[in-house]
Design a protein around this ligand. Sequence first.
Ligand code: NAD
Length: 264
Amino acid sequence: MDLQLTGKTAFVSGSTAGIGYAIAKRLLIEGAEVVINGRSQESVDEAIEKLKREVAKAQISGIPADFSNAVQVGGLIERLPDIDILVNNAGIFQPKDFADIPDEDWYRFFDVNVMSGIRLCRAVFPKMLERNEGRIIFISSESGIAIAEEMIHYSMTKTAQLAISRGLAQLAKGTNITVNSVLPGPTRSRGVKKFIEEVAESQDMSVEEAEQDFFTTNRPNSLLQRFIEVDEIANTVAYFASPLSAATNGAAIKAEGGIVTSII
Ligand code: NAD
């Protein structure tokens, strides 16, 4: 299937590693020009070099900015070219007992996971309306609809993203713009690999045993019963970044390995 992404310009937040990196790579393979982002110039430069090695003729550039810092985000927005595809991917997670989550963590999670997308959309969405064309995709999570008890603050941010993407889709009624959220389930990203390695070490298990235990204990409803690969999420995102996906708008698209038991 030709996703018709040649000539499109995409920006993917938090794309020097993990799911964001895989999305940037898939969009480059499909012929889009991609602007990547990470917290430091060094991490952005490293990711650009790696992507150039992995994708022949990649049209790629990068803008560093830390999404927990509004001033840096403002600087990033000033440097952004006209964007056809915006992927709000940057996000942080950390399991923590509810009673131990201080105010600062609630605000930091909201800043990085929610305000990141709001600030980018505030800049990009009006321009898309003017051009009557565009795709916005929020990388939410299955935890946005099946709240993770071990990180309610994270789940709160992922639910918030669903409200914003649905609201913007409604504002784009009758246009060629779509705004959707993709809801990955547990995905073998850099952050999740580190998390499982830590669990394995603390419980004196091998990494494989810790992974299996995670699905038996924490995600028994998973139909996949393994971690999703980052490329599997990237493939889903690339389709919803494509002009071919015009019929899907304002949707929460599950790519969670069947964990959520509701049919719709
Ligand atoms: P990751 O930690 O592997 O990678 C995160 C990326 O975001 C990196 O490029 C990092 O540099 C960047 N980043 C982190 N904090 C940032 C900040 N303050 N400013 C700018 N960039 C920052 O993460 P991941 O697992 O690939 O997660 C990506 C997105 O997918 C997140 O929004 C996450 O909530 C969502 N998600 C992940 C999973 C999973 O299991 N991995 C499941 C559901 C949803």
